[in-house]
Design a binder for this molecule. Structure first.
Ligand code: LMR
Length: 331
């Protein structure tokens, strides 16, 4: 009897040991809404490859990437993350108003002179604090990823703010962006990214604002007759994960994933500079859409009309934070 009990115990122990040895790896689903050949798409695929090649994560973690809103759009992905249906996403900074309205700072028109200033602010103490500002809502920011400055597009040339009057502009889910288009007499329409091409094609909207890589990869230049190089705002991302998922990982796994993520983000940022220039040129070369660059005087008119938006949101965002962001333009 004793002998039989012993052999059952040994068998169970061996069984458990072999189960542990063959434990299924943790699957990280990375859902995003853009094409693969964009800064975010390239970064996500790079992260997947880095994890697959990382000896510290071998047999422990695999990454699956779902581009082009295949799994979720940006609003749904936030909910899905808390439910554990997806572990990584990188929504644009315009999509976090519900979770921390201070992040609206990134939408203020004409706040940053260029991407170097955006980067400087993001890397500052205040920029870094924003990454961890949504932990009480269940999200952790693992880093910022660039796409680029936004350009205006429509089915007519937009040279002066008056040209935008009465036009319907698709915007992301941000009240600052709504106010920005209201300033020029436009009608802002909040819609998911996945619908933009069709909305343009069917003329349900007249125009939009996007960085070059989003325009090119989604062929918006084929359904908009005119693009104005306005650089009036930034479209960047926050790579986010669920606090519950991230804090529940073994420490060594978490550290290895963070290292791979930092490397993937650095790569994505390099690609953002490259794609921004390349995709702009490809759009110009395609001749599908006329690209117009505002003169300094023309651009100043847009600044004058749009800038009052800052005042409307200064209490929500914090006047101090706006001042600090402005300092990033110096030097
Ligand atoms: C948009 O909705 O226009 C962007 O946030 C899409 C993206 O992820 O670049």
């Amino acid at each position: 009897m004793k002998k039989a009990f012993l052999s059952i115990t040994v068998a169970v122990t061996l069984g458990l040991a072999s189960l542990a040895a063959h434990a299924e790896p943790t699957v990280i689903k990375f859902s995003h809404v853009v094409a693969e050949n964009t800064p975010k798409g390239l970064m996500a695929n790079k992260f997947k490859d880095l994890v697959a090649a990382d000896p510290a994560l071998k047999d422990k973690v695999t990454v699956e990437v779902f581009p082009n809103s295949q799994l979720f759009d940006d609003d749904k992905v936030m909910e899905a993350m808390l439910l554990g249906d997806v572990q990584l996403a990188a929504p644009s900074l315009s999509k976090f108003q519900k979770y921390n309205p201070q992040l609206l700072i990134y939408d203020l028109p004409f706040l940053f002179n260029n991407m170097a200033a955006v980067d400087k602010f993001q890397q500052s103490e205040d920029g870094q604090k924003l990454l961890t500002s949504m932990e009480d809502k269940g999200y952790i920011g693992l880093g910022y990823l660039h796409n680029g400055m936004k350009q205006l597009s429509a089915n007519k040339p937009l040279k002066t703010p008056e040209d935008a009057k009465g036009l319907k502009f698709r915007i992301q889910s941000s009240d600052v962006l709504a106010a920005q288009f209201e300033q020029v007499g436009g009608v802002p329409v909040k819609k998911p990214f996945s619908e933009v091409f069709t909305l343009m094609q069917t003329k349900a909207i007249d125009g939009s604002e996007n960085p070059w890589s989003n325009i090119y990869s989604k062929k918006f230049h084929e359904v908009q007759s005119d693009i104005t190089e306005s650089d009036h705002g930034v479209l960047d991302y926050m790579v986010i994960t669920s606090a519950e998922f991230w804090n529940g990982l073994d420490e060594d796994v978490r550290a290895a994933l963070k290292k791979d993520m930092d490397e993937a983000v650095a790569y994505g940022n390099e690609m953002s500079t490259k794609k921004d220039a390349e995709d702009k040129q490809a759009i110009i070369d395609s001749k599908r859409s006329a690209v117009y660059t505002l003169t300094a005087e023309e651009r100043q008119k847009w600044v004058d009309v749009m800038k009052p938006v800052w005042d409307k949101f200064k209490d929500t965002i914090g006047a101090d934070l706006i001042d600090k962001a402005l300092k990033a333009n110096e030097g």
